[in-house]
Write a protein that binds this ligand. Structure first.
Ligand code: FES
Length: 147
């Protein structure tokens, strides 16, 4: 059986809605099996650069009540780092003279980016996203939402 071009186009047009319906059902099935997770940056707080002299630090809490420290490490460089040690969860503190975070429990040391310098901590300290706009420092918290 030979079909002319018009008949071929009609056949395709007839099956397009059915194909679209199956594609929609397949997408819903995949969406049901693997729920989407969306990462959202939520601004936790704002600090004025003038409130944070060079090499000084301030303590805050994120939206889950975890402690973090904001440290001004340069003229327009600010770090926001979790103070929860990645070894056994002790609280680290900023050593201004050494420009390091120190964990007194087992002498864990971290640089200003949270990277492990020495001691038993198996991983770096958690960093928070920071943006500097004008004279304000914005600290963000990465929140994971089920979509
Ligand atoms: S808990 Fe921080 S080094 Fe062990």
């Amino acid at each position: 059986m030979k079909m002319n071009r018009r008949e071929v186009l009609r056949s395709i047009a007839a099956f397009l809605p059915i194909g679209a319906a199956f594609a929609g059902l397949a997408a819903m099935g995949i969406r049901f099996i693997t729920p989407l997770k969306r990462e959202m940056d939520r601004r936790i707080f704002t600090v004025g650069l003038d409130e944070l002299p060079l090499n000084s630090s301030m303590k805050f809490q994120d939206l889950r009540g975890r402690d973090l420290m904001v440290v001004r490490t340069g003229d327009r460089e600010v770090k926001a780092i979790s103070t929860v040690c990645t070894h056994l969860g002790c609280t680290v503190y900023w050593q201004q003279d050494r420009q390091e975070f120190f964990c007194p429990c087992h002498n864990g040391r971290f640089d200003k980016n949270g990277t492990v310098l020495s001691g038993p901590p198996p991983a770096p300290l958690e960093l928070y996203k920071v943006e500097i706009e004008g004279d304000n420092v914005f600290v963000y918290f990465k929140d994971i939402k089920e979509a």
